[in-house]
Write a protein that binds this ligand. Structure first.
Ligand SMILES: Nc1ncnc2c1ncn2[C@@H]1O[C@H](COP(=O)(O)OP(=O)(O)OP(=O)(O)O)[C@@H](O)[C@H]1O
Ligand SMILES: [Mg+2]
Length: 223
């Protein structure tokens, strides 16, 4: 299903803003705002223990609700193994993060406008041979600083933290981490392992999101 050039089936915050799911994303947005009042969070990444737990869907809907609250938001696809944010917003992926890293440091950011006012996307770009090296590079640090200057909130999508080091490498450079767990599916020992890996690099875990929870339970969140 597609409206306004956007794949709205998974972007429920856009397709059906009065739904309980959209409300849950707004609650998540509010909790993030209140979780760190003295030191506001400007850069956040989302990760999980395993593939397909709903990282990209959660991040994209959170980005939509933040933009709807009149924040300037940039989504950055740092899942340089299975990028999907461009597909969610029905945008191309010819240029993006990886092309930026290869260009002059001052080259314009190849940000793509989404159908949501205030929300833009830095797609992954062509997939690199060694994603963790790229994410840990000094060029990446400069790029994060530039993105931070361009928006109120910069949200980074990453691969699962247990499989590869990408998320942990990036977490050390950002204000906070959101960990997505899948209700009834994520194994407890894997959730603990994900937390251990993030704490080892001194990442600031600001929230755990329980995705696909039964409707009565709503979306879990704690800081
Ligand atoms: N709360 C939800 N309700 C229904 N479907 C969902 C929900 N969250 C995610 N999905 C669906 O589950 C699938 C995987 O979601 P998504 O791509 O967001 O996961 P991911 O963790 O980013 O996966 P990957 O590891 O490939 O990056 C998608 O088809 C998505 O539409
Ligand atoms: Mg994903």
């Amino acid at each position: 299903m597609s409206t306004n050039g956007t794949t709205t089936s998974t972007l429920i915050a856009l397709r059906d803003p009065t739904s309980p799911a959209a409300e849950a994303y707004r609650t998540l947005r509010t909790n993030i705002q209140f979780s760190s009042l003295d030191k506001p969070l400007h850069t956040l990444l989302v990760t999980s223990t395993a593939p397909d737990e709903g990282k990209s869907t959660t991040l994209a809907n959170l980005a939509v609700t933040m933009a709807q609250a009149e924040q300037r938001v940039i989504l950055v696809d740092c899942d340089l193994r299975r990028p999907s944010l461009h597909t969610l917003f029905n945008l191309p992926n010819q240029v993006g993060l990886t092309s930026m890293i290869l260009q002059e440091e001052t080259a314009p950011l190849p940000l793509l406008e989404t159908s949501v006012p205030g929300l833009s996307l830095l797609a992954s770009g062509p997939l690199p041979p060694r994603p963790a090296d790229l994410l840990g590079s000094r060029r990446m640090e400069t790029l994060i600083a530039r993105l931070r200057d361009e928006a109120d909130m910069v949200l980074f999508d990453t691969p699962p933290v247990i499989a590869v080091t990408d998320a942990a490498v990036l977490a050390t450079r950002l204000d906070g981490v959101l960990l997505v767990l899948q209700a009834g599916k994520t194994r407890r020992d894997r959730a603990r392992e994900a937390r251990r890996l993030l704490e080892k690099v001194k990442a600031n875990i600001v929230g755990v999101i329980l995705n696909n929870a039964r409707q009565e339970a709503g979306y879990g969140y704690y800081a």
